[in-house]
Design a protein around this ligand. Structure first.
Ligand SMILES: Cc1ncc(C[n+]2csc(CCOP(=O)(O)OP(=O)(O)O)c2C)c(N)n1
Length: 339
């Protein structure tokens, strides 16, 4: 398993990015954590539908997204807000998507990030199709797709991996193995020793990395993206991380997880690891931390205000969001509601 930063924030390999970039990505992880905390709070207050926390997965998401070009495609899930935000999907639109508002599926037009997929696994096929299209068009754009360990048991995973392998599509498969698919532990999900090794069977590169190590995730994703752009095909990255929170705000992991396991996960906190690295390098102090935390809190509060300041969607907005042109059946339903 690739590892560059140890638990104490000491380098055990070569840092792939400089200190300024590391400080920027540290801020991004702090902001993602502020968003995540707010998501759970808003759900508890009845202001969001369900919320799927990403707590503990900040390095896997921020580190991988940071290795992309700004116009690369991203196709991700309900738990990947930090990665999507890194690629341009605004926090307020992410909040809207979690409140069941169709406008949460519409980022600004220049952002080539698909709306978060709730259907486990199906979106990987979209990422492969998009990447194939870019290859046929002769561009250098690639597509990254994020999914969990549970999604690798879906038939869609096989179809996406197989097609990507045969057609050498410029796709990066970023599996966040966070230990669980709701209550199903990784060991019950697949008899493979690792998820990364499944890449072998599809004739593509595969690698397991410490998903709580910002540097390892960044380096592996950068190599995979370069490989895809060079025409050398897809890569499967297994980022080994841990879902510190519940599956969603509707879940109680106390019913299926050992509290000791949860406690141990905090020692592997991905954000704290980078903070220690920066401190070791003389690039962190308490004053800066206060500024970073305050800025993150203000940004997230502003995003909530923006999301909640919109007028409620009309029935026409909801029905109109499904297809480019409304089907006769949907039109009839809408007319029924409006009459
Ligand atoms: C096709 C499909 N089957 C079942 C579900 C219900 N479901 C939602 S999340 C989830 C677990 C997914 O686990 P994993 O892929 O490991 O991702 P994680 O939630 O851990 O990020 C399931 C079974 C679904 N949304 N879609």
């Amino acid at each position: 398993m690739r590892n560059i930063l140890d638990l104490e924030g000491r380098l055990v390999g070569e840092a792939p990015i400089d200190i300024d970039t590391t400080r920027r990505l540290y801020r991004a992880m702090v902001e993602a954590r502020a968003y995540d905390k707010k998501g759970t709070t808003l759900q508890r207050q009845g202001r969001l539908a369900t919320y799927a926390p990403l707590l503990g997965q900040e390095a896997a998401q921020v580190g991988s997204a940071a290795a992309l070009d700004p116009n690369d495609w991203m196709v991700a899930t309900y738990r990947d807000a930090a990665a999507m935000w890194m690629q341009g999907y605004p926090w307020e639109v992410l909040f809207l998507s979690r409140s069941g508002d169709e406008r949460g599926g519409r980022p600004p037009v220049h952002v080539d990030v698909l709306p978060p997929s709730i259907t486990v696994g199906a979106h990987m096929i979209h990422a492969v199709g998009i990447a194939w299209a870019e290859k046929l068009l002769g561009t250098s754009r690639i597509a990254i797709t994020y999914f969990g360990d549970g999604a690798t048991s879906e038939g869609d995973f096989h179809e996406a991996m197989n097609f990507a392998g045969v057609f050498k599509t410029p796709t990066v498969f970023l599996c966040q193995n966070n230990g669980y698919a709701i209550s199903m532990p990784r060991e019950r999900q697949t008899a493979s020793a690792t998820i990364a090794q499944k890449a072998d069977a599809y004739g593509m590169a595969g690698e397991q990395v410490d998903g709580n190590d910002l540097f390892a995730v960044y380096a592996a994703t950068k190599e995979a993206a370069d490989r895809a752009r060079a025409g050398d095909g897809a890569t499967l990255i297994e980022a080994v991380t841990y879902r510190i929170g519940p599956h969603t705000t509707n879940d109680d992991p106390g019913r299926y997880r050992d509290p000791e396991e949860e406690r141990a996960a905090h020692d592997r906190d991905p954000v704290e690891r980078v903070r220690r690295y920066l401190e070791n390098e003389g690039a962190w102090d308490g004053d800066w931390e206060e500024t970073v935390q305050a800025k993150a809190a203000t940004t997230i509060e502003r995003a909530v205000e923006l999301a909640e300041s919109l007028d409620s969607p009309s029935p026409a907005d909801i029905y109109g969001a499904v297809y480019e042109e409304m089907s006769p059946d949907l039109r009839r339903q809408l007319e029924g509601i409006e009459s």
